[in-house]
Design a protein around this ligand. Structure first.
Ligand SMILES: Cc1ncc(COP(=O)(O)O)c(C=O)c1O
Length: 472
């Protein structure tokens, strides 16, 4: 029994070294490991199901169990050949920051309880504000991810534009918008009839004429349009909605413009991305997800709002048991700016990573992801078996394996079969999505450690699988 949960300094060090050794080995061996690995629920139940342990075990035994049954059973989203969904190409400094923050058990809710961390968060948010060219009034905070950032932003938009829930209000976005936006609206109490999902144009972007027409129609029917959600990089194809035009339009029409840049916004660090994201500096709120293309461990999301006071207007509540933390004007209590009171010190991850590597390294790392998708597109275009469905954009390319004389439904199935076989083999992880009703393959190439060889070998592997299935 150890009722104080006490460990000696030697024990703590020894255990810590074991953990560090494991992480370092994992990172170093990653390119040679299979990307995918999964066991069945029954296998894992056998390995891990047990009654609540009455007595403690040796650390060694626990770590061994983790090696055998837990960390060996994950898909490696940080693997250089993980191209599915949105990869999570984290970095070691971010992981160390997470360890430090929990080692010191920082309560990042109030200035009184953690003024140093609050200042780090303020500085880091300010850096991001500057990266996106937002004005000095802008601010924000770190949250758990893009879903929470979108929820936070939409709560603010509703508060500022409508003063709270409103039966008649309507909100607009393209059919390429991430499902977390719909979920956020659902949580906030919006009904289906209040949500307008507008068919995207041929480049998968929100078309302004259709948006305008829908808003006019809704107004003429007594509805209250209040918010447009734009994509700063759709998950499906990397398409960017026309941010500059949308910002002008929303400004004229008195609508809130939220941009979901969860995965795509960091492309601002590259020359190409900066051009594509023109207008992002004019949005009212912006979601970014440092645990995607800013290379941080989960869970690191961030929400920025053009006027940070709007966050406070939306979320600040002062109960009697928190009177002591109210603080002075300059003392930021991040719990007043979002949903969480108790919050971990997520900002430290990005702050330490920026300090350690410098923004110049991040610029190169992001540009590399964009170049890798271009390499993929070039490789695909050189082979007669592939159709490129959407070109390389912000590190995403979509395509189909298309043998001659095959009907569309069979071609759809073929894409799925290729992915299934890739998952079984474990060489690389890719995923499908559906565009205009057709199943396509998709590569998201944002890992800075991915090589051209990784890309070419992955495409070759998929081509070989496609040919084997159809005995070409
Ligand atoms: C465009 C976009 N928005 C929002 C999200 C949700 O982010 P999270 O998974 O961090 O909650 C994602 C996730 O992939 C995304 O790609």
């Amino acid at each position: 029994m150890n009722e104080k949960l006490h460990l000696t300094p030697e024990e703590m060090r020894e255990m810590g070294y074991q953990v560090v050794d494991r992480i370092v080995n994992h990172i170093c061996q990653l390119p040679d490991k299979p990307v995918t690995r999964n066991s069945s629920p029954s296998q894992l139940e056998k390995a891990l199901g047990e009654p609540l342990p009455e007595q403690g075990l040796d650390f060694e035994q626990i770590i061994q169990l983790l090696d055998e049954a837990v960390f060996s059973q994950i898909m490696h989203l940080d693997h250089p050949r993980f191209f599915a969904f949105v990869p999570g190409p984290s970095n070691y400094i971010g992981a160390l920051a997470t360890f430090l923050a929990s080692g010191f058990n920082v309560f990042a809710g109030t200035w009184l309880e953690a003024s140093g961390p609050a200042q780090i968060e303020r500085v880091t948010v300010d850096w991001i504000v500057q990266l996106f060219g937002l004005p000095k009034t802008a601010g924000g905070l770190f949250v758990s991810g893009g879903s929470m950032a979108n929820l936070t932003a939409l709560a603010v938009a509703r508060q500022v534009k409508l003063g709270g829930p409103s039966e008649n209000s309507t909100v607009y976005y393209s059919d390429q918008t991430h499902s977390s936006v719909e979920r956020a609206l659902k949580i906030l109490g919006f009904r289906r009839e209040q949500i307008r999902s507008i068919p995207s144009d041929e480049a998968f972007r929100l078309p302004l004429p259709e948006l305008e027409a829908q808003i006019q129609k809704d107004r003429s029917e007594g509805k209250q349009p209040f918010c447009v959600i734009a994509n700063a990089g759709t998950t499906n194809t990397g398409a960017v909605d026309p941010l500059e035009t949308l910002a002008e339009f929303c400004n004229q029409e008195g609508l809130w413009l939220h941009a979901d840049g969860a995965y795509g916004a960091p492309a601002i660090l590259s020359d190409q991305g900066r051009k594509q994201l023109k207008g992002i500096e004019s949005v009212d709120s912006l979601t970014i997800d440092p645990h995607k293309w800013l290379f941080q461990p989960y869970d690191t999301g961030c929400i920025l709002v053009r006027n940070s006071q709007h966050l406070k207007e939306t979320f600040h509540i002062l109960p009697e048991y928190l009177l002591d933390v109210e603080g002075k004007e300059q003392e930021v209590n991040f719990c007043d700016y979002g949903i969480e009171l108790t919050r971990s010190f997520r900002a430290l991850r990005l702050w330490m990573s920026f300090k350690m590597f410098g923004i110049e390294s991040f610029r190169r790392a992001v540009s590399h992801g964009i170049e890798m998708a271009e390499t993929a597109e070039e490789t695909l275009r050189r082979s007669p078996y592939w159709d490129v469905v959407s070109p390389a954009q912000l590190g995403v390319v979509t395509f189909r394996f298309v043998p001659d004389s095959m009907d569309e439904v069979t071609i759809d199935k073929l894409q799925q079969q290729i992915v299934n076989r890739m998952i079984q083999e474990g060489f690389a992880m890719i995923s499908t999505t559906v565009l205009r009703g057709r199943t396509v393959l998709r590569l998201c190439t944002i890992n800075p450690r991915t090589t051209k060889e990784d890309i070419r070998n992955t495409i070759q592997k998929m081509e070989d699988i496609g040919k084997t299935i159809y005995k070409i």
